[in-house]
Ligand binder design. Structure first.
Ligand code: PCA
Length: 323
């Protein structure tokens, strides 16, 4: 195990011994230190340190530096890391419910993303719990648009393009559009674009700015396909080994971090697209044809998702749509 219990102070006085333990938790994260998810993780760590009078110190590790993005969830499940943050839809292959946030055009605004998550949260939590994880908080990414290296008016224009995917939904869109999907972590994205491993992808303005996408690509179409989420979870054994006050501090700081991070994402969204444009990219809405063709993919993928996710998935979508 990488996390360690450090003996902070041992005070021995005339027959009595006072022990103050400080525990350190490493927190692997997949995105750059300057990304708002990572900054929010830092604030969460500070909140926990303050609330526990420094008896639990959480140390964030940005950009996949401790574990690569795709390895973070397993690392936390197995206790190699006590806590971590991961793009949950990247694990829809383990359980389709993890892909609820990436069903195209189901929830396309921050408000709807929150509503969808509110109806899905209990089900997701119990799936996580079965995997030895405790849900702490979640923060969405801004709406997802299409980055590409040329003007695109229809799906036909995308045919044959090498497309960077980050989860099952992005791979499936690539397939439906006749593109060639290749799974690449955000930390490797700039390099993949610079070396021609990929010439298009779907993501937020946030990741476009983080990756200085204008160095390789020319167009961003604001498709608003969905708002995927990062989820912070803890290893259940590590969490349960903490005293009740510390557990509560983590949950309370998590609730605060979820709300604060979501507000931050909404606040930053427009500025990211401005930054893309300032750096020379064509930023705009998709053509009517492209929008309609993507909507058709959305219908197909919604049916496929409900089929794969079964009754639990169906119940979430019905509850969301009934509101
Ligand atoms: N950025 C992450 C996931 C979604 C997003 O907006 C990425 O592209 O890897």
């Amino acid at each position: 195990m990488r996390y360690t219990a450090t003996l902070l102070a041992v005070t021995a006085m005339a027959g009595t011994t006072t022990l103050a333990h400080a525990e350190t938790w490493d927190m692997p994260m997949a995105y750059p230190a300057s990304n708002y998810h990572t900054e929010n993780g830092e604030l969460f760590a500070q909140c926990v340190a303050d609330a526990t009078e420094n008896s639990l110190e959480i140390i964030t590790h940005a950009n996949g530096s401790l574990f690569a993005g795709n390895d973070i969830k397993r690392a936390v499940q197995t206790g190699q890391a006590p806590i971590g943050e991961r793009l949950i839809s990247a694990h829809a292959n383990e359980n389709p419910l993890f892909g609820i946030d990436s069903v195209p055009f189901l929830a396309t605004s921050f408000e709807d993303s929150d509503r969808l998550w509110a109806v899905a949260e209990d089900t997701i939590n119990s799936v996580l719990e079965d995997q030895n994880l405790v849900y702490i908080y979640s923060v969405p990414w801004p709406p997802q648009g299409l980055y590409v290296n040329k003007e695109v008016d229809s799906v036909e224009d995308l045919s044959g393009i090498k497309f960077r995917a980050y989860n099952a939904a992005t791979s499936r869109i690539a397939e439906l559009a006749g593109m060639v999907p290749v799974q690449i972590e955000a930390a490797e994205l700039s390099h993949a674009l610079a070396t021609g491993v990929a010439d298009a992808f779907i993501s937020s303005g946030s990741t476009g700015v983080d990756s200085k996408v204008w160095e390789s690509l020319t167009h961003f179409y604001d498709v608003r396909a969905w708002l995927p989420r990062n989820v912070v979870f803890a290893n259940k054994d590590a969490f349960e080994a903490l005293d009740a006050d510390t557990q509560q501090a983590i949950l309370d700081c998590g609730a605060e971090a979820g709300a604060e991070g979501t507000a931050k994402a909404a606040e930053l969204t427009a500025g990211y697209l401005e930054t893309l444009a300032e750096n020379g990219m064509e930023v705009g809405d998709p053509s009517d044809q492209l929008r309609e063709e993507f909507a058709g993919f959305g219908e197909t993928m919604t049916e496929e998702w409900i089929e794969a996710a079964g009754e639990d998935g169906q119940a979430i979508i019905e509850a969301y749509r009934a509101e």
